[in-house]
Design a protein around this ligand. Structure first.
Ligand code: PLP
Ligand code: COI
Length: 355
């Protein structure tokens, strides 16, 4: 694919203090854009100066939420080079989200090329500090300029880059999570397993309520019986119960996380016992009460591996592992980030060098 490049005539100064990056607040000098319409397919691939978009007030995305996105990262490796982690997994998941939301499929190899060329151009923006990375946000919007609810006839695919630190303000410290028993995030047949903006819009109210009570995020229960745990707002969940790692099985309403998948594959490689199955909230409460819930952590691109130090349900709070980072949580964090930051050899072929 030919990508036309227009360089930014006024590049910004790079951040002087990488410890203050935060998450998703700073953006690089360029972005990638490609347009789609029914008649011509994808066309006009271009890298342009980062800036505001101009959009018709009747655009589909503004009214009917035709939006999907991805999240992956570029890391500064031990040799000073830049690498991505399993980018094709994100591209394929984006195409599954696109299929669910009636948006056009992306050409996989061209999309990988777009990621590669944009990151190569912005390589100096990939931070060097411990725990930092460049968060990559590809997204697609439906953009028909009329108010009828119809199949999408026009769309744009855009990639923006954000040099970032920890997703949670406290860094790698245990977070407190509230099990949500009022709102639901998703039901089978809905959009739960697609990474679409609407899922996140609908989760804000519960997240706000949890925050007011001192919790970082909510743990969603299944939308039908409200009995089985699914995932947290921006991460999949894993538990260590009586020596065994367990995670909710994918059921159509959980986002199939790439970090989750990678950890399960790593566990098989490392000889750690891990299982995907249904986990009821009653089982978790019982395991917390009888002390067999040894550890809990969330996993995701932004969240990496985040220890969970407490879970609250029906007005009661349960502390996990003394609110300390567990041994397995730490081991998985180190194995995963060892690969991502190129500190450990990659026996899986997951690392994608950008050079
Ligand atoms: N679940 C939700 C709702 C998310 O937003 C994310 C973040 O992307 C995840 C799980 C973890 O997915 P991944 O590991 O692919 O980042
Ligand atoms: C990610 O981990 O990439 C996410 O998409 C989480 C997010 C909603 C910030």
């Amino acid at each position: 694919m030919e990508i036309k490049v227009t360089l930014n005539p006024a590049p910004k100064a790079k951040p002087a203090d990488e410890s203050k990056l935060g998450f998703g607040k700073l953006f690089t000098d360029h972005m990638f854009i490609m347009d789609w319409d029914k008649a011509s397919g994808w066309h006009d691939a271009r890298i342009v100066p980062f800036g505001n978009l101009s959009i018709h007030p009747a655009s589909t995305v503004l009214h009917y939420g035709s939006e999907i996105f991805e999240g992956l990262k570029a890391y500064r490796n031990a040799e000073g080079g830049v690498q991505m982690f399993r980018p094709m997994e994100n591209i394929r998941r984006m195409n599954r989200s696109a299929a669910r939301m009636g948006l056009p499929a992306l050409p996989e190899e061209d999309t990988l090329q777009a990621l590669h060329e944009l990151i190569k151009l912005e390589a100096d923006w990939v931070p060097h500090g411990e725990g930092t990375s460049m968060y990559i946000r590809p997204f697609m919007i439906g953009d028909d300029e009329q108010l009828g609810v119809h199949g999408i006839g026009r769309a744009h695919f855009i990639i923006i880059l954000s040099p970032s630190g920890s997703y949670y303000a406290g860094g790698m410290a245990p977070v407190k999570i509230m099990i949500e028993d009022e709102d639901v995030r998703a039901v089978r047949g809905g959009t739960g397993e697609a990474k679409c903006g609407g899922n996140y819009a609908a989760s804000v109210r519960a997240g706000d309520r949890a925050e007011q009570k001192g919790y970082t995020q909510v743990l969603w229960l299944d939308g039908v019986e409200r009995k089985y745990v699914e995932e947290v707002g921006a991460m999949n969940m894993m538990f260590k119960i009586a020596g065994k790692i367990v995670t909710p099985a994918l059921n159509g309403s959980i986002l199939p996380g790439i970090t989750r998948k990678s950890i399960l594959e790593m566990c098989a490689y490392l000889g750690l016992d891990a299982e995907e199955r249904r986990i009821s909230v009653d089982e978790l409460i019982e395991a917390m009460e009888n002390g067999t819930l040894e550890e809990a952590w969330g996993c995701g691109t932004a969240a990496v591996v985040s220890p969970v130090g407490a879970l609250a349900y029906a007005g009661k709070e349960y502390t996990i592992n003394n609110n300390e980072i567990g041994e397995t949580t730490m081991r998985l964090y180190e194995e995963l980030t060892g690969l991502q930051w190129g500190k450990k050899p990659d026996p899986f072929g997951w690392v994608y060098p950008v050079n």
